[in-house]
Ligand binder design. Structure first.
Ligand code: G6P
Length: 610
């Protein structure tokens, strides 16, 4: 996820900015750059790779000047490269940007017709040109030109802008991506995240969506996109630097659980056409030929990604009526799997580097199958081997136990299922529109769930001494039961098993007694009555029932010991929601046990061995 730092004051800006960027390294990035105003003109230095490379480039070309902006880039539009690294410059205007400009194709085309040539593949460069044009067209100040430009822009952004003609100003703007303004000693700073400015000040303003701020040494004035002045309260931040990296949360995992609404919103952004009930194929790495030309879909993945794939399979069969198989990467790679030329293989991998999934991709590719990668890391191994790539935009995930990458993978897989259904004529525009609308509502519903975390914590406190826990679910809730069990075992070291509720009678029922907590996913969906039957069977054998149920389901009070409530939601988007209390439950159990939640023993974030 990209990082922004800006500084204007009396000290040499470049080292302060690079130091701020270093504080954002935990977010992950593939290139970095700075633009410094030396009083006469703007000079830019950029480098591929780690900040070390930028440091080295700056020793070859030292930049003087006390005003500047800097950026670490996590590629979304355009591959990681020096040309695509920020800042981008046009007509004396330098811009750094976090977020995604949704209407970048239209704007790029429009600018090209006016004779603009682009030097990068990024959506950000468009903003630099738009601001430069506004200045040419008579805007008197940088903030006025930025405002004019942003009125044309749709999407999410946090921006910092410099202009040749204004050596004493930085303009910062926010819409959808966070940006803070810090008050230093006779200096002003801005940053995409608190750690970027925390070593210089604890006094900050959090810009709101639609705000533009004009920074000069010791001064900040804020206005709206319409040009009306506004005041935002200054806050004092008492976090330690380590707390700041974790956004004030105790662990990265908890932070990442809370980042899920944003991860889903970003993954869906600019990829759906709600009006026509459709998904933009070119945005998700698919073409109509791929969608209609495949006779079966085969999903391969490992770990948590495999659970996302299982739900993807159900969606694809339900919406696109095409046979869909799911298999573990290791199993696919190590047996005589049969692939055909008209197979579409979807490889789901947050890291894009998992050895076993790569093995499966190689096998399918050798047989002539078409490959779609779903990954969180641009240009990682699996996307590079694939015919098309769909990137989840969850930002870097630091906690080894995957949370936000999982729900972002679900959002991506639902987009694929809808696209396949529309191209294969098995899904009407109206039905697709309903599903996509429901998908856009997930972030708000997730926030509602996250607000209930204290209750989940109180339930977790009663599970810390458990030695075994059973998770049950049917239909779309079955893979979530598997994921709930995996989360609990990997971070709390409690033995946990996920089972299809319908299979309970074939074995696990023998385990049930008063000492066994049983987590049952029983939301109001098509499987409700049958799952309620299983729940009663557990209760009749004195199992401790923790139910995941839909708000308003009063019957639950009679049968469950604890109830974790879900908001009412579309049945197809439910899995993105039901998993949230399960993630919280395992997090609070492990945290209470004092375990290393972010780096559980024996596990690795990326598994590049067989
Ligand atoms: C490791 C990680 C898991 C992840 C799995 C698959 O085991 O700890 O969180 O689900 O690998 O990784 P991938 O990058 O392919 O999604």
């Amino acid at each position: 996820m990209c990082g922004i730092v800006g500084y204007i004051g009396s000290e040499t800006a470049a080292p302060i900015i690079v130091d701020g960027l270093r504080k954002l390294e935990y977010r992950g990035y593939d290139s970095a750059g700075v633009a410094i105003h030396d009083g006469g003109k703007i000079e830019v230095v950029r480098a591929m790779g780690k900040l070390r490379a930028l440091d080295e480039a700056l020793t070859h070309k030292p930049l003087e000047g006390t005003v500047g902006i800097g950026h670490t880039r996590w590629a979304t539009h355009g591959r990681p490269s020096e040309e695509n690294a920020h800042p981008h410059v046009a007509g004396g205007v330098a811009v750094v940007h976090n977020g995604i400009i949704e209407n970048h194709t239209t704007l790029r085309h429009e600018l090209q017709q006016k004779g603009v040539t682009f030097s990068s593949d990024t959506d950000t460069e468009i903003v630099a040109h738009l601001i430069a044009h506004a200045l040419e067209d008579g805007a008197k100040t940088l903030i006025e030109a930025t405002r004019t430009a942003l009125q044309r822009v749709e999407g999410a952004y946090a921006l910092a802008v410099l202009w040749d003609e204004h050596p004493d100003k930085i303009v910062a703007a926010r819409h959808g991506s966070p940006l803070v303004v810090g008050f230093g000693e006779e200096a002003m700073l801005c940053g995409s995240d608190i750690p970027a400015v925390l070593s210089h000040t604890r006094d900050m303003i959090f810009l709101e969506d639609g705000d533009l701020a004009e920074l000069s040494p010791g001064k900040c004035s804020i206005q709206t996109l319409k040009g009306n002045p506004v005041e935002r309260p200054k806050k004092r931040i008492d976090w330690s630097p380590v707390m700041a990296e974790k956004g004030g949360y105790k662990h990265f995992m908890l932070k990442e659980i809370h980042e899920q609404p944003d991860a889903i919103a970003q993954t869906v952004l600019a990829r759906v056409d709600l009006e026509h009930g459709d998904v933009f194929g070119e945005e998700i790495g698919l073409t109509p030929e791929l969608a209609t030309g495949c006779r079966r879909v085969y999903i391969v993945a490992c770990g948590t990604s495999h659970h996302a794939g299982q739900i993807g399979r159900y969606w694809i069969e339900e919406l696109a009526k095409v046979p869909c198989f799911i298999e573990l990467g290791s199993e696919t790679a190590n047996r005589d799997t049969v692939f055909f030329e008209d197979d579409l293989l979807i490889a789901v991998s947050q890291s894009g580097e998992t050895f076993d999934t790569i093995g499966a991709v190689k096998k399918a590719k050798a047989a002539g199958a078409k490959i779609l990668a779903i990954s969180n890391v641009m240009d990682s191994a699996i996307p590079r081997m694939s015919h098309g790539s769909l990137y989840t935009r969850a930002g870097p995930e630091i906690g080894v136990a995957s949370t936000k990458c999982f729900t972002a993978q679900l959002a991506a897989l639902l987009l694929v299922a809808v696209y396949l259904g529309r191209r294969r004529d098995t899904l009407t525009a109206e039905h697709a529109g309903e599903i996509l609308q429901a998908l856009t509502e997930v972030p708000a519903q997730m926030n509602e769930l996250l607000d209930d975390r204290d209750y989940v914590r109180s339930v977790a406190m009663q599970m810390t001494h458990a030695t075994d826990v059973l998770f049950l679910g049917r239909g779309y809730s079955f893979p979530i039961a598997l994921e709930g069990a995996l989360k609990l075992k990997e971070i709390s070291y409690i033995h946990a098993e996920g089972y299809a509720a319908g299979e309970m009678k074939h074995g696990p029922i023998a385990l049930i007694d008063e000492g066994l907590p049983v987590v049952i996913l029983c939301p109001k969906d098509d499987s409700y009555d049958k799952t309620l039957g299983n729940l009663n069977e557990v209760r009749a054998r004195d199992g401790q029932v923790i139910a995941i149920a839909t708000k308003g389901d009063e019957a639950m009070h009679d049968v469950a010991h604890h109830i974790l409530w879900m908001p009412e939601a579309h049945p197809l988007t439910l899995p993105m929601l039901t998993v949230v209390p399960l993630q919280l439950l395992s997090y609070y159990v492990a945290s209470k046990k004092g375990l290393d939640v972010d780096q559980p023993r024996n596990l690795a974030k990326t598994v590049t061995v067989e």
